[in-house]
Design a protein around this ligand. Structure first.
Ligand code: SF4
Length: 504
């Protein structure tokens, strides 16, 4: 390990880059890691920079080949590190929690390994690695500080994640989360609401409550209705326009939560609830405590209380022991539930989970064939459900970076209250991410909607002001310290990386 040569850094300040893998929990943890590093004096590496002085990998352990990919990526960085004096590499997140000092044995050029419970230590460990000129591996067995108490560099000016709990008390057999994130720990409601109020005061108008098993919130503080109370309390915060949450577990989806969703105007008509399988024997083998009937019962109640709700899900195909009949049951639930969207996964062994050791692993060919049938069915349903939106007039929150073709099509993109993605014609007047536009839906594709007519109304919001202010501040920074806009826009209401209780 070499000492730091600051001449390599941009504008004399050391730069950093955080590479994030996995679920929303990791995306939000990365906002904390960025905040910690900026608090310690680092600046984010410009997008066009040739690397950064500190590269942090925030890893995910749920994929079968996650470790091979990590070591591949670390291998690519080895020559870079050799040619860049003072460069440091840190590995954190679930894979670091699981593999610990194996990481520095396999990649001795790594400077710091930290776990899921001690992300606040990153700057100290980097400094210690530099001073002592040896790798620092520090993994805590339980949470040191609730991550929300750490500094944050929020990726969006108008929408924010708010963590309400970490860890999970369930023991789903395919999931490594309980082993790596520990038992559920709830934040006090007062702390959560204070954070939301502070965010709203800064201009944020949409929040997503985040937890591995978000609606179990309260089990750790002895209040079974704490989650519905929290939703209702969010409804009383002036200026908070949109509240979402992810990911709930069907077991804890009680009637008081449905009532709170229906009766709190700023809680959006959207629900992402992981099904995983429609077969009772497979659910039992997964150690998921609900059954098909209960899952469909929840959907029915949600639809009765919130008729326009868009419901999405996660499904695993080919869990060990899944028969054709079991799979047919999953297709049955998909037909009945009419999900707006489903994140579908082929089961793969996750080392360290009970399911990886189970008999009856399904041949890849069979899994693939079932997977294709499921995807085809879901595509058909997604499209049919989207077609029902044509002719509706919707309020969209303008989004940043969600329409890849917006420049060529002269459109902008936004999210409807139910979180459907809508591309709309760019109006003459300026609209900013965070502003709200009213449009009429004219066309439906399976995964997005179009509003091809003129925008009916533009509402400039405090969130748009906040975006504009932040954008101006970023641009005003000296060239070379930080260029352009943050890479990631608002948290995606429907996750691009499936949440599956944060497990897939
Ligand atoms: S799948 Fe979700 S509920 Fe199950 S153990 Fe993992 S985090 Fe907990």
């Amino acid at each position: 390990m070499s000492s730091i040569d600051r001449s390599q850094s941009v504008g004399g300040t050391r730069t950093y880059e955080v590479r994030t893998y996995g679920c929303q929990m990791n995306v939000h943890d990365s906002e904390r890691l960025s905040g910690l590093l900026e608090d310690a004096g680092y600046v984010r590496a410009p997008e066009d920079a040739d690397g950064a002085d500190v590269v942090v990998f925030n890893t995910c352990a749920v994929r079968e080949n996650a470790d091979n990919k990590l070591y591949g990526n670390l291998g690519h960085l080895a020559p870079k590190k050799a040619s860049r004096p003072g460069m440091q590499i840190a590995v954190g997140g679930c894979l670091a929690q699981k593999d610990r000092d194996t990481i520095v044995k396999r990649a001795p050029w790594v400077d710091v390994v930290f776990g899921t419970h001690n992300i606040g230590k990153l700057p100290v460990l980097l400094e210690r690695a530099r001073v002592q000129e040896e790798a620092q591996v520090e993994i805590a067995e339980s949470l040191e500080a609730f991550p929300s108490t750490l500094p944050t560099r929020r990726e969006s000016a108008y929408a924010a994640w708010v963590s309400i709990s970490v860890g999970c008390n369930n023991t789903c057999t395919f999931c490594i989360v309980p082993a790596l994130r520990g038992k559920e720990k709830d934040r006090r409601p007062g702390d959560i609401l204070a954070e939301i109020e502070a965010l709203v005061a800064e201009g944020v108008s949409e929040i997503t409550l985040l937890g591995q098993n978000v609606n179990a919130y309260g089990s750790d503080i002895g209040d079974r209705e704490a989650f519905s109370k929290l939703l209702r309390a969010c409804g009383k915060i002036d200026g908070l326009e949109r509240v979402r949450f992810t990911s709930p577990h069907p077991r804890d989806f009680t009637d008081d939560v449905i009532a709170a969703m229906a009766e709190t105007p700023n809680v959006m008509p959207q629900l992402h609830m992981p099904l995983q399988s429609g077969s009772d024997p497979v659910l039992k083998a997964m150690r998921r405590s609900y059954r098909q009937e209960r899952f469909l019962g929840i959907i029915e109640k949600v639809r009765a209380a919130i008729p326009h709700a868009a419901i999405s899900t996660d499904i695993i195909v080919g869990f060990p022991g899944e028969t054709e009949e079991d799979f047919e049951q999953t297709l049955h639930v998909v037909r009945e539930a009419r999900f707006a969207q489903a994140f579908t996964f082929q089961y793969s062994k996750r080392p360290g989970t009970p399911a990886a050791e189970m008999d009856g692993q399904i041949p890849k060919k069979v899994v693939q064939e079932r997977y294709e049938r499921l995807v085809a069915l879901q595509e058909e349903i997604s499209w049919e459900e989207n077609k029902k939106q044509v002719g509706r007039t919707l309020e969209l929150m303008v989004a940043e970076g969600e329409g890849r073709k917006d420049d060529t099509t002269h459109r902008l993109s936004g999210r409807a209250p139910d979180s459907r993605l809508v591309h709309f014609t760019k109006p003459d007047e300026e609209v900013r991410p965070g502003d709200v536009v009213t449009v009429e839906i004219t066309y439906a594709a399976p995964h997005h909607l179009l509003a091809e007519g003129p925008v009916l109304d533009v509402r400039r919001t405090r969130a748009g002001d906040a975006w504009e202010k932040r954008n101006a501040a970023e641009k005003a920074k000296p060239v070379g310290v930080m260029l352009g806009l943050p890479k990631i826009g608002a948290p995606e209401p429907l996750p691009a990386v499936a949440s599956g209780c944060g497990c897939d």
